[in-house]
Structures are given as structure tokens and as C-alpha cells.
Design a protein around this ligand. Structure first.
Ligand SMILES: [Ca+2]
Length: 83
């Protein structure tokens, strides 16, 4: 917006991406934090985030998640296949 005396101001309205799951890519087990111009995701306590690329909170694995480690659910040691 440019005012009468050529002073330009930017009107910036942040969107709260955390207000709707349609607006963010956080995992359902992650907490969403709104920031100015963006948002951040963090897995909730007790869930493992396998991310190594700085894109946190998009995959949050529970201890009993088959994708994570089924053996951890039962307190078993995964046996090596090379024995
Ligand atoms: Ca935002």
C-alpha cells in the first residue's frame, strides 16, 4: 500500500496454519506451532521422529508402530539375520 506522501507500508497478515489440518502438514501425533509467515511441527512426547532433513513433525512413530520397531512393543531383542 502506498500512502499520499509516498510512504510504502506492507500489510502482512499471518495465517494460523495450525487452526486447520488442511493448512499444515504436521503429523497427527505432532504439535503444531504457528509462527509469523509459517508454522512448525514437533512430535509429541513419546513419539519418535525419524526425520534427518530438518523437516520435523511430519512422521511421528509410536513405540508400537510396525513401521518403527514391532519388537520394542514386547521388549524383545530383534534377532540378527546374520547369526
Ligand atoms: Ca503462520
Amino acid at each position: 500500500m502506498i500512502l499520499n506522501n509516498n510512504v510504502e507500508i506492507n500489510i502482512f497478515t499471518d495465517i494460523d496454519e495450525c487452526a486447520s489440518t488442511d493448512l499444515n502438514t504436521c503429523h497427527r501425533r505432532a504439535n503444531c506451532s504457528n509462527t509469523n509467515g509459517s508454522y512448525e511441527c514437533r512430535c509429541r512426547a513419546g513419539y519418535d521422529d525419524p526425520d534427518t532433513s530438518g523437516n520435523l513433525g511430519r512422521q511421528c512413530n509410536g513405540m508400537c508402530s510396525i513401521l518403527y520397531n514391532l519388537f520394542a512393543c514386547f521388549g524383545l531383542q530383534a534377532r540378527s539375520t546374520q547369526d
